[in-house]
Design a protein around this ligand. Structure first.
Ligand code: NDP
Length: 485
């Protein structure tokens, strides 16, 4: 198959790049073959896209919310009509098994449906005043042009979580996907334009973060930056935003703990730990990065967890039968995993399963790593830094206080998982845990219906849920003196 060339949407134009030398080659992480090219947008194209979004803003923001909602519903239908193609593209560029890619496509469509429904519920307030003749209204209006910049682990899902609320609120958007995984996202934006979204409302620019992303975030015509990616990039964007006092929503790195209490239902905790440690090859912002288990159940939990991890199959995401785990998305991601496991070994930790790349077969050609369970060891790198790979360290604790203190000890605060049968423990621990989400007896998370906020260095602002729409709206107070002569 000849690798295709993706195109950008800028205003009413479709831009296919400045020739192969300027393009980004997108690599299939399962076999390191090129699967497509995307244009590398320079400063001029970024400026064109922002100007197109600015021109479209007046009309789009003034439309009745129901009209914007109707466009969002059309986009959701377009995504569903191309679900098979989009899922295949996601697997080719990102690596995840095809059925997981299909779930991601369906989550992207669900985000457009959800915010289509929310768009018409942006209510204001009337506020009592201290005068008989003064009236005070609070209304919500969109920020303007939004830069939506996302990372590569859930390319379509993460972008949909930004595009849908931004468009519903009345913002216009310039979207920049990751240079590693731009293809499905550029397809979606082209599909939205072909489905009748007015020109300029949703524009795309692909390219590197250091060039395209920086031009876009720093452009004075951008009023709002909505970003998902690493904490250090988030910090750079915050500094850039400070220059023009732009609004910023940041969804950043996590280092999610799982706490397994002595009374936890292990028949649930074990499979959930497997799911949340190894799904998408551990490349989840809310992946389980450290497991704290109370001593009485530590041995049973750890043995069952390691045995279940060892049964997972690893292979290309398009293989039949489908594997449980695909490759890591890049060579850099694989290097980091190898570095963290080497550090654990050196620190005396036991590698109970995995701890290596697959020795042979189709999985040896790409960026694959075996699901790995590590026990013990002091001061491990993987207990402090996000591994972002299929590696889970288990640490034994004497009581829940120790587990909560350890969970809160890092500067990350995205998600904490807690397994217990005790209702009182659930409430008191959940209130003490310094995370935007505490998930009790469940590894769900990142669902469009509920707010998803990173505390501490895991983010700023909120994504998803009703609150995710409010991030794209600013408050205006309209004061009316009606007692004039
Ligand atoms: P990066 O922060 O490196 O990149 C994310 C996006 O920002 C990419 O599009 C990138 O472009 C772009 N970018 C990079 N540098 C700049 C810059 N200076 N100016 C503007 N844009 C820039 O992503 P990571 O590889 O670090 O992503 C993984 C991280 O994302 C993990 O820490 C993970 O936890 C986090 N994450 C958080 C989620 C959440 O909801 N909290 C969800 C998913 C992931 P390019 O790729 O072209 O370099």
């Amino acid at each position: 198959m000849t690798p295709g060339r993706a195109s950008l949407v800028i205003g009413a134009a479709t831009v296919s790049g400045g020739g192969q030398a300027d393009d980004i080659a997108v690599i299939n992480p399962a076999d390191q073959q090129i699967v497509g090219y995307a244009p590398a947008a320079g400063e001029q194209l970024v400026d064109d896209a922002v100007q197109a979004a600015r021109r479209a803003y007046g009309d789009w923001s003034a439309r009745p919310a129901a009209e914007r909602a109707a466009h969002l519903s059309v986009i959701a239908r377009w995504i569903r009509s191309r679900a098979g193609e989009l899922a295949r593209t996601l697997t080719l560029e990102q690596g995840k098994p095809l059925s997981e890619a299909a779930s991601e496509v369906s989550a992207a469509a669900a985000a457009f449906d959800y915010y289509a429904a929310e768009a018409v519920r942006v209510y204001g307030q009337t506020v009592p005043t201290d005068s008989r003749t003064l009236r005070s209204l609070v209304i919500h209006q969109p920020y303007g042009v939004t830069a939506a910049i996302t990372t590569w682990n859930y390319p379509l899902g993460l972008m949909a979580w930004k595009l849908a609320p931004a468009l519903a609120a009345g913002c216009t958007v310039v979207a920049k996907p990751s240079e590693l995984t731009p293809l499905a996202t550029l397809d979606l934006i082209r599909g939205a334009a072909e489905s009748g979204l007015p020109p300029g409302v949703l524009n795309s620019v692909s390219g590197t973060g250091a060039a395209t992303g920086r031009y876009l975030a720093g452009h004075p015509g951008v009023a709002k930056i909505s970003f998902t990616g690493g904490t250090s990039t988030g910090r750079q964007l915050l500094e850039l935003a400070a220059r023009d006092i732009k609004s910023v929503t940041l969804e950043l790195g996590g280092h999610s703990p799982m706490i397994v209490a002595a009374d936890a239902p292990l028949s649930l905790a074990v499979p959930d730990a497997v799911k949340r440690s190894f799904r998408n090859a551990g490349q989840l912002c809310n992946s389980v990065n450290r497991i704290f288990v109370e001593r009485p159940v530590a041995q049973e939990f750890t043995e069952k967890f390691a045995a279940a991890a060892a049964r997972l199959t690893v292979g290309p995401g398009l293989a039949d039968p489908e594997p449980d785990i695909g490759p890591l998305t890049s060579a850099a991601a694989l290097d980091r995993v190898e570095r963290h496991v080497a550090d654990a070994r050196q620190a005396g930790a036991e590698v109970l399963t995995g701890g290596a790349r697959p020795p042979d077969g189709p999985a040896s050609a790409g960026y694959f790593y075996l699901p790995t369970v590590v026990r013990g060891g002091d001061g491990l790198l993987m207990l402090r830094e996000e591994t972002f790979g299929p590696v889970a360290p288990v640490v034994v604790v004497d009581d829940l206080d120790e587990a909560i203190t350890a969970a809160n000890a890092l500067d990350f605060g995205l998600v904490c998982y807690l397994y217990t049968r005790d209702l009182r423990t659930s409430f008191t621990a959940a209130e003490r845990l310094e995370f935007g989400t505490v998930s009790v007896n469940s590894v769900g998370g990142g669902d469009v219906h509920y707010p998803y906020a990173g505390w501490k260095r895991s983010g700023l602002g909120v994504e998803l849920g009703r609150q995710g729409l409010e991030e794209y709206l600013r408050v205006k107070n309209i004061r009316m003196e009606i007692g004039y002569p």
